[in-house]
Design a protein around this ligand. Structure first.
Ligand code: RM4
Ligand code: MN
Ligand code: MN
Length: 426
């Protein structure tokens, strides 16, 4: 299923007058406050976030999985779903594949289909946290950190194979997330595991094409509950440094212990030119994979404020690979992704409104109250008309979620695919 321009135009029609007056009102207010509105809308319209292939079906938990009707049963259908998101929002112009969940069979066809939908292939993800059918070695006791040479080599080779797959699709980066760790004190030797991991990552890095980047994720716990080999940004940072210039840390919002100051982590990494990618989700307790912005919208804004600062002031840091990394077991996955894309754009828009010069002056004057006011004024601005304007300028929907429901997209998908399809993924 694909959405047509005409469908979107007619869905937009009834709301256009309201939008026009909201936009003019906000734009006047912002201009009076000295904000140039057009560059903000322009930045918003260029911002693209990759959709992970595993978020298009309903996710499961340790206790079960309830499939969502009309889930994409093939990679082609997954691309169709991302195409729908992109047609509605104009901000989901890329897909991030997870291998082997979504290994293509016909590369030319997959590339062509993605191009038709206006989609590029962003970072590709390896999976050494599950044993695949027919695998010679098990990852039960680790993958890239394994002391069992067979398992470790198999994991290294898998990553190199993932790079080959990505090359055929036009990806330019590999994301490694390791589940390796322990459940019991004394189970394994911390130093040996770290040494093995560093050695494995260096071998993978050595096999990357010259124009590729390596992104290294970190996470404090889960699936292991006593220790994780790459537990925090510091460990990821030192491993990225050990690999080389094209290896970077990847920050996943859910991979922090409660109350961690993520904005400060982002700021440090960008200063050092080592923030490569970013995974969006929200969390209350841990890696909950909740919808980004649904639990801590102010924290998301503060993180974006540092990202915007870094994008403006840290040319030493590369352009970031943005991806939504969430998994939901009760919502329509596409509706959830639409909510995520909206929350990301809103946080970005607010961060773009922060007057960095004024903030620097207030910081210099030690005017703490003013500093807080500057941030909160931006956060309290209803920026929805700016985000709408950015979408409209690219031919997207005024209200993506409303249009999705009005056009009855899920019903159409169920009609095409049936009720009982199951998407690969978590
Ligand atoms: C992990 C991590 C990775 C993702 C997997 C599915 O927790 O966030 O980015 O690939 O989940
Ligand atoms: Mn992630
Ligand atoms: Mn995660």
């Amino acid at each position: 299923m694909q959405l047509t321009k005409d469908q979107l135009l007619s869905a937009n029609e009834p709301g256009l007058r309201r939008h026009e007056s909201d936009y003019n009102h906000l734009s006047d207010k912002l201009s009076e406050a000295g904000v140039a509105v057009e560059p903000v809308v322009d930045a918003l319209s260029k911002f693209q976030v990759a959709i992970p292939s595993w978020a298009l079906g309903a996710g499961g938990t340790r206790f079960g999985r309830f499939s969502f009707h009309g889930e994409p049963g093939t990679l082609e259908q997954k691309l169709d779903d991302v195409g729908i998101l992109h047609a509605l929002t104009q901000t989901a112009g890329a897909v991030s594949l997870h291998i082997p969940w979504d290994t293509p069979t016909d590369y030319a066809a997959v590339r062509e289909h993605a191009a038709e939908l206006g989609l590029a292939f962003d970072a590709i993800n390896s999976n050494t946290f599950q044993d695949q059918p027919g695998a010679v070695h098990s990852y039960r006791h680790g993958s890239l950190s394994a002391t069992d040479e067979g398992a470790r080599q198999q994991a290294i080779e898998h990553n190199l194979r993932v790079v080959e797959i990505g090359e055929k699709l036009g990806s330019k980066s590999l994301t490694v997330w390791l589940a390796d760790g322990t459940n019991f004190p004394g189970q394994r030797n911390f130093q040996r595991n770290l040494v093995q991991t560093e050695d494995s990552l260096r071998q993978i890095y050595a096999g990357l094409p010259a124009d590729w980047k390596l992104f290294i994720e970190y996470k404090p716990y889960e699936p292991n509950f006593y220790s994780t080999v790459i537990q925090d940004w510091g460990t990821s940072f030192l491993l990225a440094n050990a690999c080389g210039d094209r290896a970077f840390t990847l920050v996943d919002l859910g991979h922090h212990l409660p109350n961690t100051n993520i904005e400060q982590i982002v700021s440090t990494l960008m200063l050092k030119g080592k923030l490569g990618g970013f995974h969006f989700n929200d969390s209350k307790y841990g890696d909950d994979d909740l919808t980004v912005g649904s639990v801590k919208p102010y924290a998301l804004f503060l993180i974006f404020n540092e990202l915007v600062y870094g994008m403006r002031n840290n040319p030493q840091n590369p352009d970031l690979a943005w991806m939504i990394d969430a998994s939901h077991n009760v919502k329509d996955p596409l509706e959830d992704l639409l909510q995520s894309l909206e929350a990301i754009q809103l946080a970005y828009a607010r961060a773009l409104l922060v007057d960095q010069d004024e903030l620097a002056t207030a910081q210099g004057d030690h005017d703490v109250v003013r500093c807080q006011e500057i941030l909160q004024n931006a956060f309290r601005t209803d920026v929805r008309p700016l985000v709408e304007r950015a979408r409209l300028s690219r031919g997207g929907a005024l209200h993506p979620l409303g249009a999705y429901r009005q056009l009855d997209v899920r019903r159409e998908l169920v009609r095409e695919r049936g009720k009982h399809t199951v998407a690969t993924g978590l």
